[in-house]
Design a protein around this ligand. Structure first.
Ligand SMILES: Nc1ncnc2c1ncn2[C@@H]1O[C@H](COP(=O)(O)OP(=O)(O)OP(=O)(O)O)[C@@H](O)[C@H]1O
Ligand SMILES: [Mg+2]
Length: 284
């Protein structure tokens, strides 16, 4: 048995605060410049990179307001922040689902700003949205086939890889995805994205709505997937657990980077604890 990655939080309490009283998103011009400078220095040669992203849904309303992000090859990077901070919007923007108003997204140095999703899938980007991420009327196996529709010949090899990570999907392969629990569906959605052998996986709240035990399971799987060579960008409400397993983390607030550092440093940063991690993390 491998060692547990973290202690189970018995309360299952949501550790992210939606009611951030004093926001860190309003950085001073000097702080902003420092953050940008740091980003420009460290984002060099990144696998995925976003620079000064401005994007939104409704004309005239920007949700991302100058967001910087990078993911180096092999990293697991977490994105945390209060509700409505723009975390899902950032993932959707990286996956070309939201028009970019200014700024740029690159993959291995190539511009992919607003590239269509099917092109990104071909380029090795997998995306698992927060909700509605399985085909409920199809069996697990059929869901996996949908994941590999561009390369049907690879089905067997990829399915073997996926059921090695998620044995349950092999055992229940003939069952309808609609009959599964939330946690099991989340596995199907991740499995389907992995069928295309992505080099980058974008995960939006993989542990949302799951029991603490299932949440731990998901985080452990994510680390295992990462260990097989898949770089991961993970948005999470469960901020403390996310920071425990990620190499680096970003705290997003009001569409901007508020803090970024290694997962460990963010977890121990008094300001991050006070503003975003709540009382349980403080007590640790
Ligand atoms: N389809 C949409 N059309 C218009 N506005 C939207 C849409 N989706 C999200 N928004 C707005 O964008 C802002 C950021 O939303 P987003 O879903 O990115 O936040 P989030 O950080 O993922 O929050 P949560 O933790 O609740 O998932 C919110 O103010 C939200 O109301
Ligand atoms: Mg979200």
């Amino acid at each position: 048995m491998s060692e547990p990655l973290f202690e189970v939080d018995e309360t299952g309490e949501d550790l992210t605060r939606a009611d951030t009283a004093s926001s860190a998103a309003e950085l001073s011009p000097a702080e902003k410049a420092a953050t940008r400078e740091e980003h420009l220095k460290l984002a060099e040669g990144a696998l995925v990179r976003a620079d000064d992203l401005v994007a939104g849904y409704v004309p005239g309303v920007n949700i991302l307001r100058g967001c910087d992000f990078y993911l180096q090859d092999g990293e697991l990077v977490g994105i945390i922040g209060p509700n409505g901070a723009g975390k899902s919007t950032l993932l959707k923007t990286l996956f070309g689902l939201i028009p970019v108003r200014s700024g740029a997204v690159t993959l291995r140095g190539e511009t992919i700003t607003s590239a269509p999703a099917h092109k990104l899938v071909q380029l090795g980007v997998g995306y698992v949205p927060q909700n509605n991420n399985v085909f409920p009327a199809l069996t697990i196996e059929e869901n996996m086939q949908m994941g590999v529709y561009l390369r049907p010949k690879t089905f067997k090899d990829r399915f073997d890889y996926v059921i090695d990570l998620f044995p349950l999907l092999g055992e229940r392969r003939k069952g309808k995805a609609g009959s599964l629990s939330g946690g099991e569906r989340q596995m199907v959605a991740m499995g389907r994205a992995l069928m295309m052998d992505p080099s980058v996986l974008l995960l939006d709240e993989p542990s949302a709505g799951l029991s603490p035990a299932y949440q731990d399971e998901v985080f452990i799987r994510c680390r295992r997937i990462n260990a097989t060579g898949v770089s991961i960008i993970m948005v999470e409400q469960n901020a403390r657990r996310c920071l425990q397993i990620c190499d680096r983390g970003y705290v997003l607030d009001q569409g901007r980077n508020a803090y970024t550092d290694t997962g460990k440093s963010l977890m121990n940063d008094p300001k991050v604890i006070e503003l975003y991690l709540g009382t349980l993390a403080k007590a640790q």
